[in-house]
Design a protein around this ligand. Structure first.
Ligand SMILES: Cc1cc2nc3c(=O)[nH]c(=O)nc-3n(C[C@H](O)[C@H](O)[C@H](O)COP(=O)(O)OP(=O)(O)OC[C@H]3O[C@@H](n4cnc5c(N)ncnc54)[C@H](O)[C@@H]3O)c2cc1C
Length: 378
C-alpha cells in the first residue's frame, strides 16, 4: 500500500510519524510539501519576543527520509480522487491507496486594501524579525494588533503577541510612551472559548495596559486604520493577522465544501474514497462554532487517521475516533504561560477553561515544541 500525505506541517508530520510506527516498511509513506523546512507556528511568537532566531528555528524536512518516510519537495497542483492520484509540479503524477490531505490554510493579507506594504503579517515568519526591530526602535507612538478575519489559526495568538510586545517594550524601557491596542472582528475576544474565558483574556490585557476593541473589523489601511463599524484610528506600527483561506489546489480540484473541506467529525473521512483530511484545511462545526485551527487538533486528528489506516491494512476493526479535545499554552509575557483546556464535543456545549499563568506552563510549551520536532524529524 502507498499512503500519500499532502503537507508536512503539524498534521502531516504527526500522521507520517504515527503511520511509520504502525506499518511495516513494505507499505510506502510519501509526504509532499513545497517547503524544505518545518517550523511550528508558535515559534513566530518566540522570534517576536527574542527567545529564538528565525535562522535557528527551521528543521529540514529531509530528516523524514532517515525515518523511512519518503519526502518529496514539490508543489501539489491537482488532486484526482476518481483516479486516486495527485499531480505535482516536478514529480508528475503520484498514485495513492490512501490520501491524507493536511495542506493547512493560506493567508490572504491582500484582502484588506492597503495592508500589504504598510502592516507586518504576524503569521509570516520572515516578517517577524523586521517587526521586532521596528518595535524595539520605537521611542513613542501606537502599536495596533489587528485580527483581520475569522477563522484564523490559534485563536489566543494575537493576544499572546500583544502581551509579548508589552513585555519587550517594558524591558526596552519604552512601554510608557507606547500605546498597544488590539482590534478583533468578533464581539468577544475568543468566541471559540466562550464569554467567560474571553472576559478573563481581556482582563489580562487590561492588567497590562493593553486596550481591547471588540467588533472592529479592519476594512482598509490608508493614512489611518478604517474599520467596518466606521471607526478610524491612527497607528505607527500595524501588526496584522490576515484572513485565512483554503489552499487553491483544494478549490480547483473540487474538494472544498463551502470555504473548507468537509469531514466526518470522528473519523476525518471525506466524501471521497480513501481520502482523509485533517487540521486547518477542514471545518468541523460544533453548533455555531467550529473546532479552532490549531496544531493540537491537527495532531489529534492525524493520530486518529493513522490508526484507522493501520487498522484497515491490518484487518483490525477500527479503534480510534477524534474526541474534540485539545489544549494550548497561552503566553502572557515575563516567562509565564496560562493553560487552556478544551473539550469541543462536550454536551450540552463545548467546555473551555483557562488556568492562570505559571512558569511551569511556559516551560511545558517549550517542551511541547522540542519533543515533537525531535520525534518527527530528528
Ligand atoms: C503565531 C502562531 C501561534 C500558534 N500557536 C499555536 C499553539 O500554541 N498551539 C497550537 O496547537 N497551534 C498553534 N498555532 C496553529 C498551528 O500552527 C496550525 O494550526 C497548524 O500548523 C495546522 O497544522 P496543519 O497540518 O493543518 O497545517 P500546516 O501546519 O499549516 O501545514 C500545511 C503544509 O502544507 C503545505 N502546502 C500547502 N499547500 C501546498 C501545496 N499546494 N503543495 C505543497 N505543499 C503545500 C505548506 O507548505 C505547509 O507546510 C499557531 C500558529 C501561529 C501562526
Amino acid at each position: 500500500m502507498r499512503i500519500v500525505i499532502l503537507g508536512a506541517g503539524f498534521g502531516g508530520l504527526a500522521a507520517a510519524s504515527m503511520l511509520r510506527g504502525q506499518l511495516p516498511p513494505d507499505h510506502g509513506i510519501v509526504v509532499i510539501d513545497r517547503k524544505k523546512e518545518f517550523m511550528m507556528g508558535l515559534v513566530n511568537l518566540w522570534i517576536l519576543h527574542g527567545d529564538r532566531k528565525l535562522e535557528d528555528a527551521q528543521t529540514p524536512l529531509a530528516g523524514l527520509n532517515a525515518k523511512g518516510i519518503e519526502y518529496l519537495n514539490d508543489e501539489v497542483t491537482a488532486i484526482d480522487t476518481g483516479g486516486k492520484s495527485v499531480a505535482c509540479k516536478s514529480h508528475g503524477k503520484i498514485s495513492y491507496d490512501y490520501l491524507i490531505v493536511a495542506l493547512g490554510s493560506e493567508l490572504a493579507p491582500e484582502r484588506v486594501a492597503g495592508f500589504v506594504g504598510r502592516g507586518y503579517n504576524l503569521y509570516d515568519a520572515p516578517q517577524v524579525p523586521p517587526l521586532r526591530e521596528k518595535l524595539l526602535s520605537m521611542k513613542k507612538g501606537k502599536v495596533a494588533v489587528c485580527i483581520m478575519g475569522m477563522p484564523y489559526k490559534c485563536p489566543p495568538a494575537p493576544y499572546e503577541a500583544s502581551l509579548l510586545i508589552h513585555d519587550m517594550l517594558e524591558r526596552n524601557g519604552t512601554r510608557k510612551e507606547i500605546e498597544i491596542d488590539v482590534y478583533a472582528p468578533a464581539p468577544v475576544a475568543l468566541p471559540v472559548a466562550g464569554p467567560e474565558v474571553s472576559r478573563e483574556v481581556v482582563s489580562i490585557l487590561e492588567r497590562n495596559g493593553i486596550n481591547f476593541h471588540a467588533s472592529h473589523k479592519l476594512k482598509t489601511v490608508s493614512s489611518a486604520l478604517e474599520f467596518e463599524n466606521g471607526a478610524t484610528q491612527d497607528c505607527d506600527v500595524l501588526v496584522g493577522i490576515p484572513q485565512h483561506r483554503v489552499p487553491d489546489v483544494i478549490k480547483s480540484s473540487g474538494l472544498a465544501a463551502g470555504d473548507w473541506m468537509a469531514v466526518d467529525r470522528k473519523t476525518l473521512r471525506t466524501n471521497f474514497e480513501s481520502v482523509f483530511a485533517i487540521g486547518d484545511v477542514t471545518e468541523i462545526k460544533v453548533g455555531q462554532l467550529a473546532i479552532p485551527k490549531a496544531g493540537i487538533f491537527a495532531e489529534a486528528q492525524a493520530k486518529v487517521v493513522a490508526q484507522q489506516i493501520a487498522d484497515e491494512i491490518n484487518n483490525r476493526s477500527p479503534s480510534a475516533a477524534f474526541d474534540g479535545k485539545g489544549f494550548c499554552f497561552m503566553e502572557t509575557g515575563n516567562g509565564q504561560a496560562g493553560y487552556v483546556d478544551a473539550d469541543f464535543f462536550a454536551e450540552p456545549a463545548p467546555a473551555v477553561r483557562l488556568e492562570p499563568a505559571s512558569r511551569q506552563n511556559y516551560e511545558k510549551k517549550h517542551d511541547f515544541e522540542r519533543t515533537r520536532v525531535r520525534q518527527w524529524l530528528l
